[in-house]
Design a protein around this ligand. Structure first.
Ligand code: NAP
Length: 290
């Protein structure tokens, strides 16, 4: 079994992004600029935005974080999004989710100009992704594809099972694996006899958000297992009071796999890299959109 080390691979990709940014700067080209909007003070969201800010700094991007009170209205937020849409200095915009309950997330994410939608959530970008056109890919599936490519994992003709059909992970992941010539099966909460599918899979991508869901008896010998899940589970022995758990029962599954991602240190850092790659594409107009 070999670990798919997202920490290591993300470092390598970040270094190449940093070099690209340095080249752009030396050539007098624009520095990539990512803006993030954070509404309210949700602990996990604040951590994610701080991590994105740190990543930008590391590779030489400019970054701006706009923080607003949870009480802001939907109209006020839409006005802020529009200001950034019009701001020529900002190449990519993300609105950190979840938003407070009184704000319609769909309306807000669709208000972001699809040319700055580096999260890849806008229907225009989703459609282009499904057609296989170059566009901004949702960061988590994008990061996973980069990880598989880095380790030279064969996808063509393989059976791939994606567990979960969310708009940000499961659906785009299945589209990208189809483009990589896998035979893709998508499982979800209504799937019956899920093990019948996973036991035939050469590649399993677990993205359901139920800690330790995938057990050894559900996995065939030699499978590649990608664990997207991150759930905070109470743990008094940890200084934060919680531990991060994946959707895969790593201790029992790992010995059956050819490759497996750890949690943390697998998909998480690759997701962060996916966003940086999209932002670089946004500044260099490397997309079908421009
Ligand atoms: P989500 O929107 O809650 O979607 C979960 C999906 O899992 C749904 O499609 C649901 O099916 C399916 N599901 C739920 N219970 C199931 C069961 N018993 N059997 C089979 N399928 C089941 O979650 P998400 O946003 O995709 O995220 C999934 C997990 O990945 C979470 O732990 C999240 O924190 C993590 N995540 C990690 C990263 C990272 O960077 N590592 C990024 C994004 C998300 P239905 O559609 O039928 O309800």
């Amino acid at each position: 079994m070999e670990l798919l080390n997202g920490n290591e691979v993300s470092k390598i990709i970040k270094l190449s992004i940093k070099e690209e940014v340095a080249k752009r700067k030396a050539a007098g080209q624009k520095t990539p600029h990512l803006a993030a909007i954070l509404v309210g003070a949700d602990g996990a969201s604040m951590t994610y935005v701080a991590a994105k800010e740190k990543d930008c700094k590391e590779v030489g991007f400019d970054s701006t974080v706009l923080r607003f009170e949870a009480s802001m209205s939907e109209e006020e937020l839409l006005a802020e999004v529009e200001k950034i849409n019009q701001n020529k200095d900002i190449d990519g915009l993300i609105v950190q989710l979840p938003l407070p309950k009184h704000i319609n997330e769909k309306r807000v994410t669709e208000a972001i100009s699809f040319k700055k939608d580096v999260d890849g959530f806008h229907p225009m970008n989703v459609g282009m992704m499904f057609k296989g056109l170059k566009t901004f890919l949702p960061a988590t599936p994008y990061g996973i594809i980069k990880l598989l490519e880095h380790y030279g994992i064969e996808t063509s003709g393989k059976n791939c099972v994606v567990i979960g059909r969310s708009d940000i992970v499961g659906k785009p992941m299945s589209a990208l694996m189809l483009q990589k010539n896998c035979t893709v099966t998508i499982c979800h909460s209504k799937t019956q006899n899920l093990s019948d599918f996973t036991l035939r899979a050469d590649i399993i991508i677990a993205a359901l958000g139920i800690p330790l869901f995938l057990k050894a008896e559900m996995v065939k010998e030699g499978a590649v297992v990608i664990d997207v899940g991150i759930t905070r589970v109470e743990d008094a022995s940890n200084k934060n009071g919680y531990k991060l758990k994946g959707d895969v029962d790593f201790d029992s599954v790992a010995s059956k796999c050819s490759y497996i991602t750890p949690v943390p240190g697998g998909v998480g850092p690759m997701t962060r890299v996916g966003l940086l790659l999209n932002t670089l594409d946004a500044v260099s107009h490397e997309s079908h959109l421009f």
